[in-house]
Design a protein around this ligand. Structure first.
Ligand SMILES: [Fe+2]
Ligand SMILES: [Fe+2]
Length: 173
């Protein structure tokens, strides 16, 4: 379990804020994810969970790479549920498209690039996680996606306010 200083917590929260308020990232709000959830809320949830997992672990983590990778892992910029052509093999293809888009719009290093491209492992079996951060985001993405897929739209709408009150903070209140 890591103990982050107050300054570090503030720094990571500000970095997260700069990303979720970024108009380029906010564009993904119009894209459906799983059952009544959109891609923007999805990546914020994945970021929170990956951050929590990273804090609980004893291994060294670059929190800024972790946060940037989590926020951009689904930066594919199309609504796969409405586009029948994109629906085909979306699960396999979208990490590469997300990476191409992320490279155009953001400065990303090799670690962040691998976080994005490998997040669907083991579906894309030969694209492995090359860092602990990539592994954590792979786990967080699967947990959040499974929960989104299994939760009814009715329940999500009922708890939307509650969800929105915590989704933009890395630390639990
Ligand atoms: Fe994805
Ligand atoms: Fe995802």
């Amino acid at each position: 379990m890591k103990t982050l200083t107050k300054e570090q917590i503030e720094e990571y929260q500000q970095y997260f804020e700069s990303l979720y308020k970024d108009p380029k990232i906010k564009r993904i709000e119009i894209n459906d994810q799983h059952r009544g959830s959109n891609t923007y809320l999805h990546v914020c949830k994945v970021t929170r969970l990956a951050y929590k997992l990273a804090k609980r672990s004893n291994r060294k983590v670059d929190f800024k790479d972790l946060i940037l990778g989590a926020m951009l892992h689904d930066y594919f910029l199309y609504n796969w549920r409405l586009d029948t052509k994109k629906l085909v093999l979306h699960g396999h293809k979208h990490p590469r498209i997300a990476l191409e888009n992320a490279r155009k719009d953001f400065e990303i290093n090799d670690k962040v690039a691998n976080i994005i491209i490998s997040h669907m492992w083991p579906l894309n079996f030969f694209i492995f996680h090359k860092s602990y951060e990539a592994f954590l985001i792979g786990v967080a993405d699967k947990c959040v996606s499974t929960r989104e897929a299994l939760t009814s739209q009715k329940y999500k709408l009922k708890h939307r306010e509650e969800e929105l009150s915590i989704i933009f903070t890395l630390e639990d209140k």
